[in-house]
Design a protein around this ligand. Structure first.
Ligand code: F3S
Length: 394
């Protein structure tokens, strides 16, 4: 891979040991994937934050690094709400190791926002055509597909390396030639809300690491697109998709011209319904919403459903701390019902869910990850059905 003179100096260690190690990671990835050179990035979103996932070895690795990030950089969800971890049933031992992890990132100049939806709280992290180094799979999908930015699905170390160097290797989804649609998926059904998670669950399983181009009857909301991409990134490894309506009007940024999908698949209402039937929410002892983290609009919908009511079982709502801070009235309405709005974390990356047997969710992504990563069975329902279950109506 070609390196400029300044990049070579970093690679040799002239700018210190941390930058040398970071450049080594970037060059190794570039060589593996055939990158011609490095490219400057606008921002980084760094995974490897939950102490549950990184453990002591990960914490030591981060703590050992020196210097400061040179682009705006934020974090993936941690293993607990950084303020209300006791309410989650998190042990003091875990909390102290998680706080140490956060402090290690803070020392490197990383902004302590722990969220998988950075685009919901900052406008200036990503724009159309920007190169990024983002890690969390649903955020990567949203950045590539809805914002029209360019990022591969970085691992924690490579995203941090990119943040410290300010560049990433130019390969994969950074290049037009890899951004063409591979499958056309015609969805012959009216969809809303969690249906997009169910659709993503199905589509990711079909296209695997491909790039689907959807034709949908109606224009989905930003939250529905967020849910679709998140589920496909979990049941497959989809990092980019396109959406157009039945009159071929683009809902997302367009694919590079001249690249056409090879296969056409049609999905209908029956196939969407089968996902709900296969993974019923009945028998859940906890309900969790906010995978990916809730937007203000989603908190509003949840608050309306809970207003004046009392939950009969645990109901967790996960969001970014900055969203929670912007909507104190909605949070107050939700929490008056006995539900809890947790920040900085989620139902998959926190060890707090391990004491539960079955979780009802409205997310196709959580449906995939909870059994393996969260150690809890999962069932799918709409937001309304999830709230009904929490209220003891189902
Ligand atoms: Fe976000 Fe956790 Fe879901 S990181 S996408 S809420 S699994």
């Amino acid at each position: 891979m070609y390196l400029s003179r300044e990049e070579e100096e970093i690679y040799r260690g002239d700018k210190g040991e941390t930058l040398r190690r970071m450049m080594e990671i970037l060059v190794a990835l570039g060589d593996i994937y055939g990158a011609e050179r490095l490219v400057p990035i606008r921002s980084a979103q760094i995974a490897g934050v939950s102490y549950k996932n990184i453990g002591e070895a990960g914490l030591e690795w981060i703590s050992d690094l020196q210097g400061r990030v040179v682009v705006p950089s934020i974090l993936n969800p941690a293993g607990m709400d950084l303020c209300r971890w006791m309410e989650m049933g998190i042990s003091e031992e875990f909390a102290s190791r998680q706080q140490a992890t956060i402090e290690a990132y803070r020392k490197l100049g990383v902004t302590i926002d722990c969220t998988c939806t950075p685009y919901q709280i900052y406008d200036d992290l990503a724009g159309q055509g920007d190169h990024l180094a983002w890690s969390e799979s649903s955020a990567v999908s949203y950045a590539n597909s809805i914002i029209g930015a360019r990022t591969n699905r970085e691992g924690g170390p490579s995203a941090l390396a990119a943040a410290l160097v300010g560049k990433t290797a130019l390969y994969g989804y950074h290049l037009d030639e890899n951004r063409g649609p591979t499958h056309s998926i015609v969805v012959d059904a009216d969809l809303q809300g969690s249906d997009f998670g169910a659709l993503g669950f199905l589509a990711g399983g079909i296209v695997k690491d491909g790039v689907p181009q959807f034709r949908l009857r109606a224009t989905p909301s930003q939250d529905e697109l967020k849910a679709l991409g998140a589920a496909m990134a979990a049941s497959g490894t989809v990092a980019l998709y396109y959406v157009e309506d039945f009159s071929h009007r683009s809902v997302t940024p367009k694919a590079p011209s001249g690249l056409e999908p090879g296969q056409t698949i049609t999905l209908n209402r029956k196939e969407i319904e089968e996902v709900y039937e296969k993974y019923p929410g009945s028998g859940a002892d906890i309900v969790a919403l906010g995978c990916p983290h809730c937007s203000r609009e989603e908190l509003l919908a949840i608050a309306r459903l809970l207003e004046g009511k009392k939950v009969q079982k645990e109901l967790w709502v996960c969001t970014a701390r900055k969203i929670r801070e912007k909507c104190p009235d909605l949070v107050a309405t939700i929490e008056a019902s006995g539900a809890r709005v947790f920040c900085d974390t989620c139902m998959v990356v926190s060890p707090a869910t391990e004491g539960f047997r079955k979780m009802m969710v409205n997310s196709g992504k959580a449906l995939v990850y909870l059994p393996g990563l969260g150690g809890v069975q999962a069932g799918l329902g709409s937001t309304e059905e999830c709230i009904d279950a929490a209220l003891g109506r189902r």
